[in-house]
Design a protein around this ligand. Structure first.
Ligand code: SF4
Length: 433
């Protein structure tokens, strides 16, 4: 294909046709706040202003988090007149489960949620059966049910291997819209006698560009009066928002930090994770290293394996050099196919060789299984499907640019392209100041 660019050539990714992007102006916010996302003390304050006794707060939280009430009418411990007052002041539920697709023989449930302004987001519930009985009746690994949730509708970062990145940023999610994804999944599990055990912020969006809302959501999820999930069972990922990582470090250990690395060399990471043009990989890893040292918590580095792009021995060695001696663990994930890229997942034998090379340097590594291949596994794929097919010419131009960029990067040429206007605006308005 187009190997006509020299290593130093600037390469520019053509924007997709305007009609293929969500219209940010079409996003209108709902006036009533979501009940499940109220900050600590806000519910008590409102109850006092309504002349209600303080114990109503516990009744309401129990209804939200223990009975998974989705309407005020289901909150039977409250007086009927007060239920209608509550429904008038707050949205009891902020998301609708618009479509659920099962994959992996039922072990993966991918859900498309419709928000009140028409925005679409995704969550993925993954079931991990108990395994490894060591000669006793107790399993070595207990049954787990992990929910991957979204923090934004769409994403401004624009990683070219990600379906969400192609959608662009719609908007930040409200706190209630984040935690209601958890309420819905927990409710579905409870109906079959199971509990949600882990929550990971690895769905649509860059969590650290909506950090205030994400921190509020984590506080609610770990509050024993609300969802009560232990901090060790929550993972927040970032593609490398360095000021956000530093802010988390200052706050102390609240959850596990995961960094979506995907490349250890700047020229390639500029292409795979465009945020790298703002915070290069060494800065990202330095901030993550400080986080691990300050919190005593190992940082996870996620690495999507793309055949012939970031899975070479040179890349493995660069990754090992970058992380050697750190409190770090690498997760290798074969890429999920998405329509707008020509790339495919690295073959299993290449992934195994890559993993072995990193392991030899003393860095821990795990090869993760791909989940949800038969249900539009790529992050944002369901929402992208719903948005409709991109014009063929736009897809062809996008593929062409991605190949040119990655070929130049593999020759060591660093793109002179700056941040996209969307990403620069998202950084300005996000937690990255
Ligand atoms: S991989 Fe994550 S950060 Fe990159 S575009 Fe997709 S959602 Fe955004």
């Amino acid at each position: 294909m187009t190997g006509d660019k020299t290593a130093g050539d600037p390469v520019v990714t053509p924007p997709l046709e305007p009609e293929s992007r969500p219209d940010p102006g079409s996003v209108s916010r709902h006036a009533r706040p979501g009940l499940s996302g109220l900050a600590d003390g806000a519910l008590e304050e409102w109850l006092a202003s309504e002349g209600q006794p303080a114990y109503r707060a516990r009744q309401i939280r129990d209804a939200i988090w223990r009975q998974n009430a989705q309407t005020a009418e289901e909150m039977l411990t409250l007086p009927a007149a007060f239920r209608s007052r509550l429904a008038h002041a707050f949205r009891i539920d902020t998301i609708v489960e618009d479509e659920i697709r099962l994959a992996d023989a039922g072990l993966t449930e991918k859900t498309l949620h419709l928000l009140s302004d028409g925005a679409l987001i995704e969550s993925v519930l993954m079931h991990y059966p108990a395994r490894g009985f060591a000669g006793s009746s107790r399993p070595l690994h207990r049954e787990r049910h992990t929910l991957c949730i979204s923090s934004q509708a769409g994403c401004a970062v624009g990683c070219p291997f990600c379906a969400t990145g192609e959608l662009g940023l719609g908007r930040d999610l409200e706190t209630a819209e984040i935690v209601d994804q958890v309420r819905h999944a927990a409710s579905r599990l409870a109906a079959t006698g199971r509990n949600l055990t882990n929550v990971v912020f690895m769905g649509m969006g860059e969590p650290l560009l909506n950090l205030d809302r994400v921190l509020e959501a984590v506080a609610i999820l770990s509050d024993p009066r609300q969802f009560g999930l232990g901090a060790r069972h929550v993972v927040v990922s970032t593609s490398g928002v360095v000021p956000g990582i530093r802010r988390l470090t200052a706050l102390g250990p609240q959850f596990t930090l995961a960094v979506s690395l995907h490349a250890a060399r700047d020229p390639l990471r500029d292409v795979l994770v465009p945020l790298n043009r703002r915070w290069p990989v060494a800065e990202v890893v330095a901030a993550s290293r400080d986080h691990a040292l300050a919190t005593g918590r190992r940082v996870s580095y996620e690495y999507v394996m793309i055949s012939g792009v970031n899975d070479t021995d040179v890349d493995a060695d660069a990754l090992a050099t970058l992380l050697r001696g750190d409190l770090a663990h690498v997760n290798l994930i074969p890429m999920n196919p998405v329509a707008h890229t020509p790339w495919t997942a690295s073959p299993p034998e290449r992934v195994a060789q890559f993993a072995a090379r990193i392991r030899r340097s003393g860095v821990g590594v795990t090869v993760r299984a791909n989940r949800g291949q038969d249900a539009g596994a790529a992050c944002g794929q369901l929402a992208a499907d719903r948005a409709g097919e991109l014009p063929a010419a736009a897809v062809a131009r996008r593929r062409d640019a991605i190949v040119r960029q990655s070929e130049a990067a593999l020759r060591g040429g660093r793109s002179s392209e700056g941040l996209s206007a969307d990403l620069a605006a998202a950084i300005r308005s996000g937690a990255a100041r």
